[in-house]
Design a protein around this ligand. Sequence first.
Ligand SMILES: C[S@@+](CC[C@H](N)C(=O)[O-])C[C@H]1O[C@@H](n2cnc3c(N)ncnc32)[C@H](O)[C@@H]1O
Length: 212
Amino acid sequence: MFRLKEARDVVFECGPECGCGPDCGNRVSQKGIKYKLQVFCTPNKGWAVRTLETIPAGAPVCEYIGVLRRSDEVDNDTGNSYIFDIDCKQTIHGIEGRKRRLGHVPLPTNSPVDDKITENEAEFCIDGSSYGNVARFINHSCEPNLFIQCVLSDHTDINLARVMLFASKKIPPRQELTYDYGYQLDSVMGSDGNIKKMPCHCGADLCRKRLY
Ligand SMILES: C[S@@+](CC[C@H](N)C(=O)[O-])C[C@H]1O[C@@H](n2cnc3c(N)ncnc32)[C@H](O)[C@@H]1O
């Protein structure tokens, strides 16, 4: 069984051009959800997801699925909380809000994705509001048990990478699954130009007290 001990810059998987077939071990993000997960209701965070069985550290848990959209076409004021920015550039370089998630992880100088990385904000996002899977119900924690991994399989455009969630530690049955949403505080603005704030209820000892 495939295990990823820590986040890498990018995971390159086999794709349609490889000719290796669906049973190839290098198609982790294409094999679906392997663990029994349950959506449940929390008192203060809305819906959430927990595992019903032990998930080993490094195991792939699920992909964040949704409709691919251009970020500049998403209206931040609609309250759509199921938008996942494909900001692998930030994940890779560990800048701004996502810095906490990975630390500074420089790209290899000969990386085939390096020239695709722009300094702009995420150009595309995954919108899980109208179509998606269990990943859209996974909440934020300041001390998460999942990490985000960008995956490329059928192209090399990092701006359109697939987004996978992996277990960062062994997760026992009934524990809620969480990842760090990685917002930089005071980075979310409403259309009125005012900073939007959302309290965090993750309950972690080192909780930052706000999602954004
Ligand atoms: C991707 S959705 C997660 C599923 C959501 N709880 C639901 O009921 O559909 C993100 C939203 O969940 C809530 N949320 C997630 N993590 C939270 C946290 N640590 N504290 C408070 N609210 C949280 C916020 O409303 C956030 O905008």
